[in-house]
Design a protein around this ligand. Structure first.
Ligand SMILES: Nc1ncnc2c1ncn2[C@@H]1O[C@H](COP(=O)(O)OP(=O)(O)OP(=O)(O)O)[C@@H](O)[C@H]1O
Ligand SMILES: [Mg+2]
Length: 457
């Protein structure tokens, strides 16, 4: 019989404590410690994995096959992954409930099966009947695709041993459990142990594994940080659930860059990639309204045009309210402070609401100039009136700093029919030989003065 030991694990960072305490001493989060029962010695856990003996080897003698990656056949996903799922790798796909993680994974499973690979889709959340219904909705049900509704990780590993798939998808890591651990599914201990056992096995067998993970209400992956360390790739699917568009971002990739994003549209037949997303995140009709401006953002090898909207109104309460959706809160506060301090706008008595159209989240500083001028535009009730794109980073002293990939941004604006672009003075080489009319600015004062004067003439 297993001897059990009681310990307290932080559900945020995974730190272990012998006694309960209100605040985790490692990550300083409050009320995150939960009681767990663990086997006294790791040896007393059922030893399921017969590990391969390994010996040190000269790097030049390592034999690598020709086919290193399994292209998923979903071009937007392959674009983010840098080719496809790498053999012997573990990928974590996170996202909010209902965002489309299972849909995307099942589409990947179907594409891989059609390309001749053996795929096992393990679902702890849906029955095989539900999986069949969804699979039939998003594509053809291929004989190479096997499904397994199971929660016990040891049984899942046993199934891998018998079915020998090339790719395994686990939906989701938070619902499976290890029978050797007394705590409930989804706790740090369970998630860590299940992920470790599964990943160790699939890596030894050169399979590729995709783990689906839930995220908590503040946008973090539920489960221990250690999970983020043991996987090779971390992908997040994001977007507004009531909107059709979904963004796939990469937060970690041991095999390729993390700067590429994938853009999908949720359709009845599943998630469909959008190869040319420019213009998705703006609405031509609102561009003549005060407070609405377009910026050009660089996301990996692509440029996205996004519309930022600001609404500035007199505050009805004692304290002015700030509501920021899709923009970086710190940068938004910085813009408001700069407008107050450097240009003398009185914003402390105004409620300010900022929103990026289409549910996209932007942290790029190149949005600064558009964000600042959107606030001025709403405050002064003055629309842009022309097709103008804005980009540039704003510094604390009001200087407008150059941004990377300026030429690509200018080209995209020109391609989308924009007549003017307001950009940092130091990026002037980006406009050479272009039709679009540049307006160079080096300080916020210049930018605001130009904006209020108007673009006509
Ligand atoms: N018949 C349908 N037609 C169109 N869209 C559908 C249909 N059924 C489901 N969807 C879309 O799929 C989404 C659910 O996707 P999915 O189940 O893949 O999400 P998930 O991220 O796996 O969620 P969870 O974390 O709850 O498992 C729904 O929000 C809906 O937009
Ligand atoms: Mg799901």
């Amino acid at each position: 019989m297993l001897k059990l030991l009681t310990q307290y694990a932080c559900q945020s960072c995974g730190a272990i404590f012998p006694r309960w305490q209100g605040q985790c001493a490692t990550c300083e989060e409050w009320n995150t410690l939960e009681e767990e029962q663990v086997a006294k010695s790791p040896k007393s856990l059922p030893l399921m994995l017969a590990k391969k003996e390994r010996v040190p080897i000269a790097l030049k003698d390592v034999i690598v096959g020709d086919e290193l990656a399994f292209p998923t056949g979903i071009s937007e996903l392959d674009h983010v992954l840098g080719g496809g799922l790498i053999k012997g790798s573990a990928t974590l796909l996170g996202g909010e409930p209902g965002i489309g993680k299972s849909t995307l994974s099942l589409q990947v499973a179907q594409h891989l099966a059609i390309s001749g690979l053996r795929v096992l889709y393990v679902s702890g959340e849906e029955s095989v009947g539900q999986l069949h219904m969804r699979a039939a909705r998003v594509g053809q049900v291929h004989p190479n695709l096997m499904v397994y509704a199971e929660l016990d990780i040891l049984k899942i590993i046993q199934a891998l041993r018998t079915t020998k798939p090339d790719v395994v998808i686990l939906d989701s890591i938070q619902v499976v459990f290890h029978p050797g651990i007394a705590s409930v599914s989804g706790t740090v201990n369970q998630v860590r142990q299940c992920a470790q056992e599964l990943i160790t096995y699939v890596k030894e067998q050169d399979m590729a594994v995709v783990l689906i993970g839930h995220i908590t209400k503040d946008g973090q992956l539920a489960g221990p940080k250690v999970l983020e360390h043991i996987v090779d790739v971390i992908l997040y699917l994001e977007g507004e659930r009531d909107q059709h568009y979904r963004l796939l971002r990469c937060f970690k990739n041991r095999f390729s860059t993390t700067s590429e994003i994938g853009i999908f549209e949720m359709k009845p037949t599943g998630l469909e990639g959008i190869a040319n997303p420019s213009g998705l995140f703006m609405d031509e009709r609102t561009l003549n309204s005060p407070g609405a401006l377009v910026s050009a953002l660089s996301e990996g090898s692509r440029v996205l045009l996004v519309e930022i909207q600001a609404l500035v109104v007199d505050s009805g309460y004692g304290m002015a309210k700030r509501t920021f959706l899709g923009v970086d809160i710190n940068r938004a506060n910085l813009m408001i402070a700069a407008l107050e301090k450097l240009l003398g706008f009185r914003l402390s008595t105004k409620d300010i609401i900022l929103n990026v159209v289409g549910g996209i989240k932007i942290i790029e500083p190149a949005l600064d100039l558009a964000m600042m001028l959107a606030i001025v535009s709403s405050l002064k009730d003055q629309s842009v009136g022309q097709k103008v794109g804005f980009f540039g980073e704003v510094g604390l002293t009001g200087e407008i700093r150059p941004v990377s990939n300026a030429e690509k941004r200018v080209l995209e604006l020109e391609k989308m029919g924009f007549d003017y672009v307001m950009l940092p003075e130091k990026n002037h080489s980006a406009c050479q030989g272009k039709q679009i009319k540049p307006i160079y600015v080096s300080h916020v004062r210049e930018a605001v003065t130009y904006f209020l004067r108007g673009f006509e003439g």
